[in-house]
Design a protein. Sequence first.
Length: 239
Amino acid sequence: MSELFELEAEARDLSGKAHSRRLRREHNKVPAIIYGAGKENVSVTLEGNKVRKALENDAFYSHILTIKVGKKKEKAVLKALQRHPYKQQILHMDFLRIKADEKLTMKVPVHFLNEETAAGVKLGGVITHHMSEIEVSCLPADLPSSIDIDLENLGMDESIHLSDIKFAKGVESVALALGDDHNFSIVSIHEPRVQEEPEEEVAEATEEGAEDKDADAKSGDDTKTDDKKDDAADSKAKE
């Protein structure tokens, strides 16, 4: 984990939705809370622009962060992030303090390498991503910023599962720890699906269309015959 993320925060005494809205609207601040490690919760505010810039980096979501509150520094990880449903606005953030000797559970982003040159893709296959992040358990010092998966040798109709990943020392998959039933597929390559109408259905549709035309033609002939009969009757009545 070569990248360092440090955020400056200000402690806040007030809480509540109205206060949080005012912070975001009038001061471009993001309300947040720091909790855990047997210490008291601390409510803080962060600079909105700096937070949005930090969130552009995938590593921020699974990295040990340093949050500076006044003269005190807190080591924590991002555990929850609340965004506005349609505005480019961060509503709230939750940070969990870490302890060097205590394992933590985090979701780590997956980076897929060599997708365009994968063996299955060269044969016309399509890649399907089943997972974009993997939940892992490890000590803070062992937490990876991402998990890289090389698709170079992934062939047609092949998949990569959790059990195929070589996790770093001290890092384990939370799902795999629950048993083989949780050995989920992460990515796969298959032939593109082309939806074609079955030949039988096409033939049936053609036959039905022909029958409909014959029926319409017969109906037209019957109508003409009836019209001739009506004309003859009218002529005889006039006589």
